[in-house]
Design a protein around this ligand. Structure first.
Ligand SMILES: [Fe+2]
Length: 362
């Protein structure tokens, strides 16, 4: 068990935090009264020392998420220095695109640039991919007038609740895993511009101008297999590509042995439901395609089960009450996050990292 004994900073209880396996989720860490850091340099030096002792690793493993408050982090440059002080092994290299992001500096990106009225449902970051970060930092640079909190839940608690309330679903996920599907139009499809991507630009790195369509398909399939362990399904009617990603939906955290609900199931389903895209051809009100995730044998996951999963998630969720300058340190293996709509101007920055934590087989 990790404790924080420190002259300048202390843990604090965040109102509304949950208790998961006897630990606060999330844990708050703030600067003690009268101990304010004079500048970002002194704060970084202090964090760096705690990281060296392993204290931060221990606390994150116990709590899943830590909210840092009262540190002199004011902009992207401070945030970039702050996150580097945690001594994580390396910055995470993203493969494939999970959303619209802009690089702010070497370590920091915008969280997502989709319109402020779009709700994101709970997901593990890159939980639909075979390549995902272990740790995320969020920095609240600017808090909007209304809304814009970041919902978090403990994926460990969610696993426990699902096992209790939907045991057959958990068993089916354990037995079969899932297949996620993503829609890529062909480049010359008039819809491609609206959708924002096409298979040629996303995976056609090796395609030459005079390649036949069959040859182009083979080259794309090779990229999918080698880089993403994914399969392609070509659609005769319009030349679109479905990318199929077979993944486990449940995993076990190596350091604690705890099972966790790690996937993108809720994110995909919630958005499809909001866009009334729950039946073929799965085209939504937003003009985009929302292909359903199925069990690993191709059988459908019943929508009433997924409705219940979203309900259970909401019942254990926690809304981060952002204040300007807050930094959340999130273990992606143990925490799912979401996004609430907002009114006004908001800036939330993100930094993704790999750590020493591993998954072992569920
Ligand atoms: Fe995300």
């Amino acid at each position: 068990m990790a404790d924080l004994v420190d002259a300048r900073i202390e843990t604090f209880a965040i109102p509304g935090a949950r208790v998961v396996h006897g630990k606060a989720f999330p844990l708050g860490i703030r600067v003690k009264g009268g101990q304010a850091f004079e500048d970002i340099d002194s704060a970084v030096a202090h964090i760096d020392q705690l990281a060296e002792q392993g204290t931060l690793d221990d606390l994150l493993r116990d709590h899943g998420t830590i909210l840092f408050r009262g540190f002199p982090v004011t902009d992207a440059s401070d945030f970039s220095r702050f996150v580097q002080a945690f001594r994580l092994p390396q910055q995470h290299q993203e493969v494939g695109l999970s959303g619209i992001r802009t690089m702010v500096n070497g370590f920091v990106k915008t969280a997502n640039e989709e319109p402020s009225d779009v709700k994101f449902y709970y997901h593990s970051e890159y939980g639909r991919s075979a390549h995902f970060p272990n740790v995320l930092f969020f920095f609240s640079e600017k808090v909007p007038e209304k809304g814009g909190q970041t919902p978090l839940l403990s994926s460990i608690e969610l696993y426990d609740e699902l096992k209790k309330q939907l045991p057959d679903f958990v068993q089916a996920l354990a037995d079969k895993g899932v297949i996620g599907r993503q829609y890529f139009p062909s480049k010359d499809d008039p819809e491609a511009a609206h959708i924002g991507w096409n298979w040629h630009d996303s995976y056609g790195f090796d395609i030459k101008e005079d390649d036949s369509i069959e040859k182009q398909h083979r080259k794309v399939e090779t990229v999918l297999r080698d880089r993403l362990q994914a399969d392609g399904e070509w659609q005769d009617k319009n030349g679109a590509l479905y990318v199929l990603q077979r993944l486990p939906a449940l995993r076990r955290v190596a350091s604690t042995g705890k099972p966790t609900f790690f996937n993108g199931l809720m994110g995909v389903y919630g958005r499809a439901r909001d866009n009334q895209a729950l039946s073929p051809p799965y085209k939504g009100l937003d003009g985009k395609y929302h292909l359903p995730t199925t069990y690993g044998d191709g059988s459908p996951i019943p929508y009433d089960t997924l409705d219940k999963v979203l309900e259970i998630a909401d019942s254990i969720g926690f809304l981060v009450p952002w204040q300007e300058g807050d930094v959340a340190y999130i273990d992606n293996y143990m925490t799912q996050h979401a996004r609430t709509p907002w009114v006004g101007e908001r800036s939330l920055l993100v930094s993704l990292w790999d750590s020493k934590e591993k998954f072992v087989k569920y």
